[in-house]
Design a protein around this ligand. Structure first.
Ligand SMILES: Cc1cc2nc3c(=O)[nH]c(=O)nc-3n(C[C@H](O)[C@H](O)[C@H](O)COP(=O)(O)O)c2cc1C
Length: 216
């Protein structure tokens, strides 16, 4: 068999646009997240609301995938998905999750850990009703994670739902909806010179957040 080799060991980026100091950090990590998100957005990052969501089975088998944050406030971070998917099955069995945003344009990473809850049906249906019609029909046509012999049966299903819901609003499928991540830690990482990156960990202690600088 032909050997596989990717020449990546010399790929290197020099970080160091700016430093990050404790005195400049807002005591509330939700506030810092909002400020950083706004900067990521204006920096031209594609889908700055995309993050990597890690879940794990109760016996510690992890899995990770990108999802899109669709709402953020002091209640937490919201995303939407299929409740029959692998992530949903893992979340049902183990509600502890981790989320990572990587905004390369501004050399920043944010890590969030916490636990997760399903959103109310009202939140799910309201958000679903605002999605583009094609995405709504796609949610009906796709049983996320189920093996397919080819793409054709799914395309066929899409057409069937297109006809079924013709001239009417597409309802939210019963197996589709939102989750809210309730953060218990935030870590803000800023790339810095000589790999001496800045990292600050916020830990929730009752109603306040402690802030600790970590070695990079
Ligand atoms: C940038 C990006 C954004 C995505 N956003 C979502 C999302 O918001 N919800 C979702 O269910 N899947 C989303 N996906 C697809 C997931 O990464 C994943 O393939 C799918 O949810 C199935 O994951 P699971 O089998 O682990 O449950 C996105 C993929 C990418 C690359």
């Amino acid at each position: 068999m032909e050997s596989i080799h990717l020449p990546v060991k010399d790929l290197r980026h020099e970080y160091g646009n700016r430093g990050l100091h404790k005195k400049d950090l807002h005591p509330n990590p939700f506030q810092v997240f909002v400020e950083w998100f706004k900067e990521a957005k204006v920096s031209g990052t594609i889908e700055p609301n995309a993050f990597f969501l890690a879940t794990a089975t109760p016996n510690g088998h992890p899995s990770c995938r990108a999802v899109l944050m669709k709402h953020f406030d002091e209640e937490g971070l919201f995303f939407f998905t299929n409740y029959g998917s692998r992530k949903a099955i893992e979340i049902t069995a183990n509600p502890y999750v981790a989320a990572t945003f990587w905004w390369s344009n501004i050399e920043r990473q944010v890590r969030i850990e916490g636990y997760i809850e399903k959103t109310s049906e009202e939140i799910s249906t309201r958000y679903f009703s605002q999605r583009p019609r094609k995405s709504q029909l796609g949610a009906w046509a796709s049983m996320q994670g189920i093996p397919l012999p080819s793409k054709a049966p799914m395309e066929e299903k899409y057409k069937q739902y297109e006809e079924k819901f013709e001239k009417q609003e597409v309802p939210c499928p019963p197996y589709w909806g939102g989750y809210r991540i309730i953060p218990t830690t935030f870590e803000f990482w800023q790339g810095s010179e000589a790999r001496l990156h800045d990292r600050f960990l916020y830990l929730k202690e009752k109603d306040t957040w402690s802030i600790t600088r970590l070695s990079p």
